[in-house]
Write a protein that binds this ligand. Structure first.
Ligand code: NAD
Ligand code: GLY
Length: 370
């Protein structure tokens, strides 16, 4: 088991990363001194795969557990599902003495975390992420949220988990497309803080289609923990994203979100638009802050090895994507704070990126890579 700790004063916590960790959930939760009844929140894809294992582990450790399953997918990440689950929890007799366990991808983690933040004005919660996206990104850092028709993640709270349990073997049941898209965030983390990791990610990419070798599976906990540590250190520096450091995690996300919002829901996965957004951000980094062609190439080659999209699909309207980008919450009073990379491992927040630049970067995404 590899441990990544987040030092956040009174709400510090550990991320335990280990193959088979799901079966030790009860022991780990107990060791984190969580008490009372557990409300395990999960989705319809994850429940049949892992809920029984985690419930058994919690029960063996002496916890009384209720299970709350909702239909998988971003469409469920809304206030109606929150209200329904909270109603179920109340009916099951949960009160402020218990805690929530989020078992699933980022949708489960964001929504279960939000429920924990408001149920009885806030109860503890445990994250057990089962997608790459959730293991390296969404389960760590305490951002919880649900979507409303006016926009994604518009209602939410900062609520740090008390414990995160990462079992990399749970990734073996992911559809390859979901596995690949999550790795876009790992590439982003590597580009921001640990460029040496890009080579490791290219090696993983080679094995996705044929299945991870035993050797890779054995190395996965350390690889995941190394990547999680990047986010953990950034969150420690700037927990509430007020100092301009946590904002570095938005590399590739400004135009990425614009593209995501401009196509019918689900057509492009989040990590896929992050890949496109990263190519655009690297182009602007070359233009504005001297990123070398070689560094740009290495990051793009890693995304390419992961078979992530780097050229805008023909049905994406640049106009529409830019319109959505302008509405993004990262625009402050009409000005853009755009994350650029002056070199691998050296991000910066730039105020120099103009609307014209954004248009140019989107046009760049229509050109072939080679
Ligand atoms: P997701 O939770 O929808 O999971 C993707 C799909 O994989 C779903 O169908 C899910 O049921 C299925 N699944 C999950 N684990 C599985 C497993 N082990 N085996 C088989 N299938 C499995 O999507 P995601 O990509 O994990 O997360 C996306 C969400 O995360 C978005 O809502 C996004 O806003 C949020 N997010 C939050 C943060 C944050 O800091 N809070 C950061 C990044 C993303
Ligand atoms: N996913 C970006 C953040 O947690 O800040």
């Amino acid at each position: 088991m590899v441990n990544v700790s987040l030092s956040l004063g009174s709400h510090s916590y550990n991320v335990h990363v280990g193959n088979g960790a799901l079966a030790s959930a009860g022991f780990l939760v107990n060791r984190a001194r969580l008490e009372g009844k557990a409300a395990l929140i999960t989705d319809s894809h994850v429940a049949p795969l892992y809920a029984e294992l985690v419930v058994r582990s919690l029960e063996d450790a002496g916890y009384d557990v209720s299970v709350h399953t909702f239909p998988a997918g971003e469409q469920s990440k809304n206030l109606s599902t929150v209200e329904k689950i909270i109603g179920e929890m109340a009916a099951e007799g949960h009160d402020r003495s218990g805690f929530v366990v989020a078992l699933g991808g980022g949708v489960v983690g964001d929504m279960a975390g939000f429920i924990a933040s408001i149920y009885y004005r806030g109860i503890p919660f445990v994250q057990i992420p089962t997608t790459v996206m959730a293991q390296v990104d969404s389960s760590v850092g305490g951002k919880t949220a649900v979507d409303i028709p006016a926009g994604k993640n518009l209602i939410g709270a900062f609520h740090q988990p008390r414990l995160v349990i990462v079992d990399p073997t749970s990734l073996t049941t992911l559809p390859p497309r979901v596995l690949r898209e999550g790795m876009a965030e790992m590439v982003k983390h590597a580009a921001i803080r640990k460029p040496a990791m890009l080579q490791v990610l290219r090696q993983l990419a080679d094995e996705i289609d044929i299945g991870f070798s035993l050797n890779t599976i054995e190395r996965l906990p350390q690889i995941m923990a190394d990547n999680i540590s990047i986010k953990a250190r950034i969150v420690e520096e700037d927990e509430k994203e007020t100092l301009g450091v946590r904002a570095f995690l938005n590399l590739g996300h400004t135009l990425g979100h614009g593209i995501e919002a401009s196509v019918p829901y689900g057509e492009l996965l989040h990590g896929e638009v992050v890949s496109l957004g990263l190519r655009a951000a690297l182009y602007l980094s070359r233009k504005h802050c001297g990123l070398s062609a070689r560094a740009e190439r290495e990051i793009l080659e890693t995304l390419e090895a992961l078979e992530l999209p780097l050229v805008l699909p023909p049905n994406v309207s640049i106009e529409k994507a830019l319109e959505h980008t302008r509405r993004d919450k990262k625009f402050r009073g009409g000005a853009i704070r755009f994350v650029l990379l002056s070199a691998p491992g050296s991000p910066l927040l730039s105020a120099d990126v103009t609307q014209q630049d954004l248009e140019e970067a989107m046009q760049h995404l229509t050109t072939p890579l080679h």
